[in-house]
Design a protein around this ligand. Structure first.
Ligand code: CDP
Length: 235
């Protein structure tokens, strides 16, 4: 078996998916596609326009029509990409506690998911991608060559997110971060369409006690092992 051309990484918030994906993509020379950005951009635009997060029809229309661009970083401020909505740079605004609190509700709506999944699949099918989300291995790219599912304890993930928010100067308490994450987990796992869960053929990694380097090395070893597997010849 050759090197996996489509790598899917799923898992709950702050399980280490994005960091792993960025490092893997840089190492392999692949594109890094963070699908959460699309759900966040729709949520951000809805909050801006005063569309209630309960208005499924309006949110579906928004997801279908939103002028959204994800580009290589345009500013050297540590961002992994630049996100534009109608030419406005919303890269950091997407990470605000307000978007965090609303995004999982917006992501439950089948119409929103249909519109965004279609865009994501087109990008993923080009190959040489590391794609990150909640439903990549199960729905967006079920044919991915390598599927990873990262997980970690709720408390550990909440600490990671709390520290990230603090570093960016957001004023939010640990308890609020923990509660938002608990609610998002429940919505992401419990929704009817494309719930968060490992694909049957995903490799599950618990990162609670692992740092970024350990996770990265573990996954590189997995990829190496896949490359060395001799293809099964029938007959
Ligand atoms: O960075 P973090 O893991 O906190 O979140 P994200 O990956 O940016 O995703 C934000 C939210 O978008 C998730 O909590 C899901 O509700 C939704 N999402 C989804 O439903 N399906 C995806 N493929 C990606 C994100």
């Amino acid at each position: 078996m050759g090197r996996p051309l489509r790598i899917a990484i799923d898992g709950p918030a702050a399980s280490g998916k994005s960091t792993l994906a960025q490092r893997l993509a840089a190492h392999l020379g692949y594109a890094y596609i963070d699908t959460g950005v699309m759900y966040r951009a729709v949520t951000w635009a809805a909050l801006q326009r005063g569309i209630p997060v309960t208005d499924e029809n309006a949110l579906t229309r928004l997801a279908e029509t939103l002028d959204l661009d994800i580009l290589p970083p345009t500013v050297a401020d540590g961002r992994p990409y630049t996100v534009l909505v109608e030419s406005v740079d919303i890269t950091w605004a997407l990470r605000s506690p307000e978007v965090d609190a609303a995004v999982s509700q917006v992501s439950t709506y089948p119409g929103v998911r249909r519109a965004l999944t279609q865009r994501q699949r087109q990008l993923g099918l080009r190959g040489r991608v590391v794609m990150v989300g909640r439903d990549i291995g199960t729905v967006v790219l079920p044919e991915a060559d390598l599927k990873l599912y990262l997980d970690a304890d709720l408390e550990t993930r909440a600490w990671r997110r709390y520290r990230e928010l603090q570093e960016r100067g957001e004023t939010v308490s640990f308890e609020e971060v923990l509660e938002t994450m608990r609610q998002r987990d429940a919505l992401d796992r419990g929704r009817e369409v494309a719930p968060l869960r490992p694909a049957p053929d995903a490799i599950v990694l618990d990162t609670t006690a692992m740092d970024i380097e350990e996770v990265f090395q573990r996954v590189l070893a997995l990829i190496e092992a896949r490359c060395q597997e001799t293809p099964h010849v029938a007959g």
